[in-house]
Design a protein. Structure first.
Lengths: 287, 278
């Protein structure tokens, strides 16, 4: 199980091998978030030759260390050397090996530019890809991933080589916990299909013939007096998108509806008499 | 005099030239989801085929898709495993032509799919060569990601670097597949709709009050009336709307449910068979 969690960690990041064949030509609470200055904080990044973004960080007041900023990494990660240097781990302690044990630690403080966080979870591990980049492009000691940037409205600008962070109160869930739950739960054969539950009641039905490969689904029935009816949806409309999401299948239609909270106006695009028509529908509280 | 005319022409032209240059950078609202593994997932159509589920990953130097996706969308490969999407459309209206892609069955993607770890089937990642063309705002309290085109910016391509020591990762794929086999975990990416009731309700001090019963809906057939106070689903008490929604969260089309309502002084038990609809 531990190996799997390590694997998950690698999942977003282990893409370097392909660089060698690259083109030849050139958990924090909302309260804590409020404590931070709500103004955006800008942090410069270095664009490495591998085209990863590198940022300078201080951990437990030590450093600065160079880490990679990675939107595809579900966890933060530092290598054993940094962990010992910054006192995240005792000198005689061993971090998580590729197939080893442990590795989940806490950084007392993490500072990136003017952003300072306390009690930040991190995996301690000598990640082979980080090691490889480090060997090629100078010391690089880890990855800053989802548990950090999810706490902010984060803007990535490759032209200015800047990251901008504005606290948004979002509380990142624990990827590892979710994974463990899944492993605990799903050990008996094939699981049940997922159920997509609309987050509000719209008041229409859709259908799609098995041999119908065109974009969208067909609106079969619109209930009188429903949100959909009031928004102008009609039977025989071809529903193309719901809240900007493609509705090419019945499952996709329900998935899109599961992401629109009751009371929020959503744009709905239908094809009617050969023309695309934009509607606004505000699903009601209900089911 | 001539000079004045020239100046006037200049002044007259300058705003025109600026206007052409000042065409606002294209903005896109890109719908996304977070996977169970906390990856940022968007959907895209490749050469009109799909949609495919792709992770936004600044840790990847390029777009990567599986061989199956490349085949399905008719992408030809060169002998080094690279191809080009003639048309790449990200959900939310972002269209890019001639996108270079790496075609490879990444062990990470295969591994996650073999156990269904992400909760959704993954088909690849969108990396630097596309992401760097846009200023991207990630805000997980918002419903969409904001992409703003970086006008006139051509991201410098990755430089070739010597990299070693990646065998560990390559060995993980088979390992995870083996663990998947041993643990008996199989993925199921199928999604089915929840069943439809056909009521609008309000949370009030008195409880969950039925505000509207849609005509012809399963709720109407079951005998729901406007003003009913929903008290329980089978043995589960309903105190707020969210209790009701939770009680029926996984209820499929065709399932039957006993729902207790208070109507005036009386308590009624209604049986509703969930229908198709949303």
């Amino acid at each position: 199980m531990n190996a799997i969690s390590k694997f998950l960690l690698l999942a977003g990041f282990a893409l370097l091998p392909t660089l060698t064949v690259a083109e030849e030509k050139p958990a924090k609470t909302a309260e804590e978030a409020k404590k931070l200055d709500e103004k955006p904080i800008t942090v410069p990044f270095e664009l490495l030759k591998s085209r990863h973004m590198a940022v300078m960080v201080k951990i437990n007041g030590k450093g600065p260390y160079k880490l990679i900023f990675d939107t595809g990494a579900p966890t933060n990660l530092i290598n054993n050397r940094l962990a010992k240097d910054a006192g995240v781990m005792k000198k005689d302690e061993k971090g998580g090996m590729m197939f080893g044990l442990g590795g989940a630690k806490t950084m007392d403080t993490l500072q990136i530019g003017d952003v300072k966080l306390e009690k930040v979870p991190v995996m301690v591990m000598d990640h082979p890809t980080v090691t490889a980049i480090s060997n090629a492009l100078g010391p690089i000691d880890g990855i800053i991933g989802f548990p950090f940037f999810a706490k902010y409205k984060t803007t990535v600008d490759y032209q200015k080589k800047e990251l901008t962070f504005t606290p948004n109160g979002y509380v990142p869930g624990d990827a590892m916990q979710g994974l463990m739950d899944k492993l605990m739960k799903g050990s008996k054969g094939k699981p049940e299909p997922g159920v997509a539950a609309p987050a509000g009641v719209w008041g229409f039905t859709v259908d799609k013939a098995t041999n119908d490969d065109d974009a969208g689904v067909v609106v079969k029935e619109v209930f009188a007096g429903s949100a959909a009816f009031d928004g102008g949806l009609r039977a025989n409309d071809r529903l193309l998108t719901l809240d900007g999401r493609w509705t090419d299948s019945i499952a996709d239609t329900f998935t899109a509806a599961s992401l629109v909270k009751a009371g929020r106006a959503a744009e709905v695009v239908v094809k009617r008499d050969g023309k695309e028509v934009k509607l606004t529908i505000k699903p009601a509280k209900g089911l | 005099m001539r000079w004045h005319i020239a100046l006037a022409l200049c002044l007259g032209l300058a705003p025109c030239a600026l206007a052409a240059d000042d065409k606002p950078a294209a903005k896109y609202e890109i719908p996304y989801r977070l996977t169970d593994t906390k990856h940022v997932l968007v959907r895209a159509k490749i050469n009109g085929k799909g949609p495919f589920n792709l992770i936004l990953d600044t840790g990847a130097p390029a777009v990567f898709v599986t061989k199956a996706v490349a085949k399905k969308s008719g992408v030809d490969l060169d002998d080094k495993g690279w191809g080009t999407f003639a048309a790449f459309e990200v959900e939310g209206g972002l269209k890019i032509e001639k996108v270079k892609t790496r075609v490879e069955d990444l062990v990470q993607i295969e591994g996650m799919n073999s156990m269904g770890l992400a909760g959704v089937e993954l088909h690849g990642v969108i990396g630097y060569n596309v992401l760097a063309k846009f200023k991207i705002e990630y805000d997980f309290t918002a419903d969409k990601l904001a992409f703003v085109e970086l006008k006139g910016f051509e991201p410098p391509p990755p430089e070739k670097i010597e990299a070693k020591g990646t065998d560990d990762i390559q060995s993980m794929g088979p390992l995870v597949k083996m663990l998947a086999a041993l643990s008996g975990i199989k993925p199921n990416f199928e999604i089915v709709p929840r069943g439809f009731v056909g009521i609008e309700f309000d949370d009030t001090k008195a409880g969950v009050v039925v505000k509207k019963v849609l005509p012809g809906s399963p709720a109407e057939k079951a005998g729901f009336k406007t003003g009913d106070i929903i008290e329980a689903v089978k043995a589960t008490n309903v105190e707020a709307g969210k209790d009701l929604v939770k009680a029926l969260a996984k209820a499929g089309v065709g399932t039957k449910h006993r729902i207790t309502v208070k109507r005036g002084d009386k308590t009624e038990e209604l049986s509703v068979e969930l229908g198709k609809g949303l």
